[in-house]
Design a protein around this ligand. Sequence first.
Ligand code: NAP
Length: 239
Amino acid sequence: MRLQGKVALVSGGSKGIGHAVVELFAKEGATVVSGDITPPQGPFPAGVETVQLDVTSEDQWASAVGDIVKKHGRLDVLVNNAGIIAYEPLDELDVANWMKMVAVDQTGVFLGMREAVRVMRKNRSGSIVNVSSIWGNSAVAGAFSYHAAKGAVRNMTKNAAMTYVGEGIRVNSVHPGFIDTPLTQAQAPDLNKLVIDQTPMKRPGLPTEVAYGCLYLACDESSFVTGTELVIDGGYLAQ
Ligand code: NAP
């Protein structure tokens, strides 16, 4: 029961990694709110609450966090997990697609952190976990906008960690490798095979394997950890 008594908000909690985080956090005793633009794929444990949350919307962040504070009096943990992916190389990327990626994968994280920090500063306590990617630290050809946004998440995390380190708020990023989720299931099998073949463990990761990393960073056992990057990638970045 590592999260007993804590209130957590998970964005993109309806599917994939976010769904696994919601399930694990609930099992570990947290009051969990899952925010997503789409209904949950598969049931949640009893007690999990859901809220309509488009992470690109300032208003929806304000009302999601405001409602949590009204109902539960606090917000202890935010997992900024919602994200999309696209593979256009720089020279084929139009501004509309660039803006869409930045809106969800970068601005969504900014807005979530801003809303959470405003509440957490009052309590002088909180843990924010931002889901970046191995492609926030390293590059493959193409996927220009995704690399840009995930790299930004990595450094936005460190900035927030340094800015609020004296106020009891910890901010860390998680960097998954290839994980078996609806996002990757929708990709071309050839592309998936390529990334798995480049992964030293030669298999996809499971959403729960990322969720356990989020749990560590969310709970008090990581009380001396801020501004760090937790890589969960089957060895991909160690090569
Ligand atoms: P997923 O299976 O597609 O689940 C993501 C969830 O976020 C979906 O329910 C999705 O809804 C939702 N979402 C999309 N746009 C949103 C928005 N504007 N506001 C709120 N929710 C939104 O993805 P995943 O693979 O679990 O990925 C979760 C996170 O991990 C992402 O940030 C991703 O970049 C990162 N990641 C994943 C992998 C991987 O291999 N899977 C690797 C590295 C990093 P819809 O389905 O309706 O779009």
